[in-house]
Write a protein that binds this ligand. Structure first.
Ligand SMILES: [Fe+2]
Length: 270
């Protein structure tokens, strides 16, 4: 992590295999404990061949989908797992181990959030980017993530980044076949992890087994400053200017970020 944080994608290792909070049974209980609006799932379709006793009475619930994930043809995203105390402790314990690498480079770790993805064989997560620092830890099955260069403005123009930070652009990104050559694929199996830099575009394909992954995320002084500098550039662009994009790490982008924050405060006061 020290070699790659925060700018480079990389394969890492983790020691969470066999953790009692990460079994399918525990995750089904977690799905039952989380507020319904923190669970996103696709109820899936039944396979052609299924034993009568395995056929659910009606459409699968999220809990049933997790229990049947091997054959559900489906996926479940459990969001903001830190709302359940045992998972909050787990998330904070993992992130505490990274603090010594993270904070000297990108400042305080903030908005600590965890997500768990339970997916059937072959599922695909479409091309998108995310605003958080992220490490994806593989617990069960295999997953291949193809990552693209961070903030490559040939792939996505500066206004797309600005609209994303202002909530005006969906996180899913338009795909073009000629992007493929810029991608780097990393496959992770149980015990392995991927460092996903802030806003590195990526798409994900599951292997042939059901998959469980834990995503641990945080924001930082640096990531907030980059986001706010993008937002400020959006304003400059409205005035007909062509502002320079925020600098890549280790640039800190504080000037424009402070300008945006001051403007936001004025708006709030008006
Ligand atoms: Fe993502």
């Amino acid at each position: 992590m020290a070699k790659v944080y925060p700018a480079e994608p990389a394969k890492l290792n983790h020691g969470l295999l066999g953790h009692p909070l990460l079994t399918l049974d525990a995750l089904a209980d977690l799905a039952a404990a989380l507020p319904a609006d923190e669970i996103e799932y696709n109820p899936g379709k039944l396979p052609i061949g299924i034993a009568p006793e395995d056929v659910p009475a009606s459409e699968l619930t999220a809990v049933e989908t997790i229990r049947n994930i091997a054959k559900a043809g489906s996926w479940v995203a459990l969001k903001r797992i830190e709302q359940v105390p045992a998972y909050r402790e787990l998330l904070h314990a993992i992130l505490a181990e990274l603090r010594g690498v993270v904070e000297p480079r990108t400042g305080a770790m903030m908005q600590l959030e965890g997500f768990i993805f339970v997916t059937s064989p072959g599922s695909v997560t479409p091309f998108h980017f995310d605003p958080e620092h992220n490490i994806l830890l593989q617990i069960m099955g295999a997953k291949t993530m193809t990552l693209f260069p961070v903030e490559d403005e040939v792939m996505f123009s500066a206004p797309v980044h600005e609209e994303f930070h202002l909530g005006l652009h969906h996180r899913n990104l338009p795909w073009q076949d000629d992007f493929a050559q810029k991608g780097r694929s990393i496959t992770i199996r149980p015990g392995e992890a991927i460092h996903v830099p802030v806003k590195a575009p990526h798409w994900v394909k599951n292997g042939d087994e059901p998959s469980v992954s834990l995503s641990i995320t945080w924001r930082s002084d640096w990531s907030y400053a980059e986001a706010d500098a993008r937002a400020f550039n959006h304003v400059l662009r409205k005035f007909g200017l062509s502002p320079a994009s925020p600098g890549a790490f280790p640039a800190q982008n504080r000037g424009k970020a402070l300008a945006w924050r001051a403007m936001r405060k004025l708006k709030g006061a008006a």
